[in-house]
Design a protein around this ligand. Structure first.
Ligand code: PDD
Length: 292
């Protein structure tokens, strides 16, 4: 699907497939009033979702952690998403899936019993990575992590992330690496990898960060191909010593960060280990496209 196609997209809302423009949610929806909901973003190549099971497991955990009843079984979610993919041309896209606690009778912080979750799914254009990213990398800045303590939940409550990303953009950067207690945790919408002292490193999972599906896939691809990767702390104080820095996410794949806080990372170009891991990631995508 192309960027221009979004307006023509068919989306899923509470049991119905409708044109995007017709998908409306009541203003008393707790997602609208409180950001009371969770979401997933799942990349799809040639109509095939990448790591669907892992995304659905994370969705189930987010729902469980927020005490929102899971409205579907895993098979039910898979069938629903398959239909969204099919109705939108079965090409490359990113699926956006959101579940809110539902529509209450009044605005009240307290959760009324028996609410029916609102379920929404839409396709989003998944643009191929710009050639510039692979040839030159991206710029990032470090910013203090102003988010809450439960970032392992993929909550729709993203105001801190939005403001941090906005601050990054104001500083000419494509991502902000978030620092808490002197440690780099993740980006505003990505996980982080570093090559430090010649070894690949990624911060260990913790409640203060999202367990990225792409992060897990990178760890798996590295291990399967003899590339050692340690899960360990990445102190902000050591960022200047990193020869490579990467971010990973479902929509940005594995992207090299070549400028941090205005200074070059390593020699300021995408590094050799990134090239190896990116090739493995691209091969994984290609196999998915072929249905292998
Ligand atoms: N965000 N950390 C945060 C805070 C994120 O929002 C994301 C993804 C990731 C990477 O997770 P994954 O590899 O599973 O995509 C890490 C999505 C893409 C988004 O909000 O659009």
């Amino acid at each position: 699907m192309h960027a221009a196609d979004l307006a023509d997209a068919t989306v899923y809302l509470n049991g119905r497939f409708v044109p995007l423009a017709e998908a409306c949610v009541p203003v008393l929806d707790r997602g609208f009033l409180f950001g009371d909901g969770v979401y997933e973003v799942i990349p799809v190549y040639a109509g095939r979702p990448l790591r669907l099971d892992e995304h659905l497991v994370r969705l189930a955990r987010s729902l469980d952690a927020t005490a929102i009843p899971d409205p579907h079984s895993v098979a039910g979610w898979a069938a629903l998403l398959d239909e969204v993919i099919e109705r939108n041309g079965s090409g490359d896209m990113a699926l956006y899936l959101q579940v809110t606690r539902g529509v209450a009778a009044k605005r009240d912080h307290a959760i009324a019993p028996g609410l029916q979750p609102t379920v929404f799914a839409m396709p989003m254009p998944l643009a191929p990575r710009p050639a510039e990213v692979a040839s030159h990398g991206i710029a990032a800045v470090t910013l203090p992590d102003t988010r809450w303590d439960l970032c392992h939940i993929k909550a729709i409550t993203l105001l801190p992330n939005v403001l941090l990303k906005h601050e990054a953009a104001a500083r000419g950067a494509a991502e902000a690496l978030l620092v808490r207690d002197g440690q780099v945790l993740e980006g505003t919408a990505s996980n982080v990898f570093a090559v430090l002292d010649g070894a690949l490193l990624t911060p260990p999972l913790a409640p203060a960060m999202l367990p990225g599906v792409t992060r897990a896939l990178v760890l798996e691809l590295a291990a399967a191909n003899g590339i050692a990767c340690r899960e360990g702390p990445l102190p902000q104080a050591r960022l200047g010593d990193c020869s490579e820095l990467w971010i990973s996410s479902s929509t940005r794949e594995v992207s090299p960060v070549t400028t941090l806080d205005g200074k070059p990372v390593g020699d300021g170009r995408p590094g050799p280990l990134w090239r190896r891991v990116d090739a493995l990631y691209q091969a994984f995508k290609d196999a998915l496209r072929r249905g292998a």
